[in-house]
Design a protein around this ligand. Structure first.
Ligand code: 2AM
Ligand code: CA
Ligand code: CA
Ligand code: CA
Length: 258
C-alpha cells in the first residue's frame, strides 16, 4: 500500500508539472533574487499531499513549500514537488518530482520522476534500484581524472573555505568534465544509472536528496557527507559516487590537490 500510494502521489504531482510546463504560471520569489517558486510547485505539492493524506492521514510530512506536518508516526514523507524549479520556469525539461518515505529514521522507498524524459527512478531499501522498472547500477570507472562529474551551486556559502568556488576550478583545470543540471535529485539518479561517476554539492535540503540518496545506495553507489560518514539528508553537504572514485573525490572536496 505504501508503494502504491507513493506511485499515485508521484503521478499526481507529475500531472501538474505536465499541465503547467511551457504554459503560463505565476512565479514568485522566496528569499534571494533567483530563489523562485512557481504556481506549479504549490499545485504539485497540494496534489501529492492530498494523495498521501487520503491514504495515511496520520503520517508525518516534510515538504519544501507549505506542507510540513509533524505528528507522531513512524513514517515520514519527504517531498520536493518540483526539483529543478528554475529549469521548469525556463522550459528546460530537467526537473522532477522527488518523494521519499522514511520509516523510523531510515529511507524505505524513494521515487524521482522526470515526466518530460519519461524517466521514473524507484528504489526500496534492500531491493535495488530501477529506472522504468529495469534494474540500474553505478558505473565501474575508478579514475577520477577520467570521470564525468556533476555538481550544483548554492546561492550562499560560495566563498566558504573549500567552498564550491574552490573545488570546481580544481576539477576543471584538470580537464575533468563537470556538468551542472540544476536538479540534485536527478543528479543523484544519473549517478545511480551510471551516466555520471560522481556528484557533490553543498547546502542541500532533505527534500532535494532523500529519494535520490536511497536510489543511489540501492544502485550500488556510495553516499557520504564531506567527512566520509554515511550521508543523512538532514545535513547539508553531499558526496555521492559509484564508490570507486569516492575517496579521490572526497579528498578534492576537502581541499586536496589533484
Ligand atoms: P529546487 O529546484 O527544488 O529549488 C540545484 O543545484 C539544486 O539546488 C536543486 O535541487 C534546487 O532545488 C536546489 N536549490 C534551489 N535553490 C537553492 C538555494 N537557495 N540554496 C540551495 N539549493 C537550492
Ligand atoms: Ca526551491
Ligand atoms: Ca529541490
Ligand atoms: Ca523544489
Amino acid at each position: 500500500m505504501l508503494k502504491e500510494t507513493l506511485y499515485k502521489a508521484t503521478e499526481a504531482g507529475a500531472a501538474v508539472l505536465k499541465e503547467y510546463f511551457n504554459g503560463t504560471f505565476t512565479i514568485s520569489n522566496k528569499e534571494g533574487l533567483n530563489n523562485l517558486v512557481t504556481e506549479a510547485d504549490f499545485k504539485s505539492e497540494q496534489a501529492i499531499i492530498a494523495v498521501i493524506r487520503g491514504q495515511f492521514p496520520d503520517h508525518q510530512i516534510l515538504s519544501e513549500e507549505e506542507g510540513t506536518l509533524v505528528q507522531e508516526s513512524e513514517y515520514k514523507w519527504i517531498i520536493d514537488p518540483i526539483d529543478g524549479t528554475i529549469n521548469f520556469a525556463n522550459g528546460i525539461p530537467i526537473c522532477c518530482v522527488s518523494i521519499a518515505v522514511e520509516q523510523n529514521g531510515e529511507m524505505l522507498m524513494g521515487v524521482v520522476y522526470n515526466p518530460f524524459m519519461q524517466e521514473f527512478f524507484f528504489a526500496e531499501k534492500g531491493k535495488g534500484a530501477t529506472l522504468n522498472d529495469k534494474p540500474i547500477g553505478v558505473s565501474q570507472k575508478d579514475n577520477l581524472l577520467t570521470s564525468c562529474l556533476v555538481t550544483g551551486f548554492p546561492y550562499t556559502y560560495l566563498d566558504a573555505p573549500n567552498g564550491p568556488l574552490d573545488i570546481f576550478p580544481k576539477l576543471i583545470r584538470k580537464g575533468i568534465p563537470v556538468r551542472r543540471l540544476g536538479s540534485a535529485a536527478i543528479d543523484l539518479c544519473w549517478v545511480a544509472a551510471g551516466r555520471f561517476d560522481g556528484f557533490y554539492e553543498h547546502k542541500l535540503q532533505a527534500w532535494d536528496s532523500a529519494a535520490g540518496f536511497l536510489i543511489l545506495e540501492e544502485a550500488g553507489g556510495k553516499v557520504t557527507d564531506f567527512k566520509g560518514n554515511r550521508y543523512s539528508p538532514y545535513q547539508p553537504h553531499i558526496c555521492a559516487t559509484n564508490g570507486k572514485i569516492h575517496d579521490a573525490l572526497l579528498a578534492v572536496v576537502n581541499g586536496g590537490e589533484l
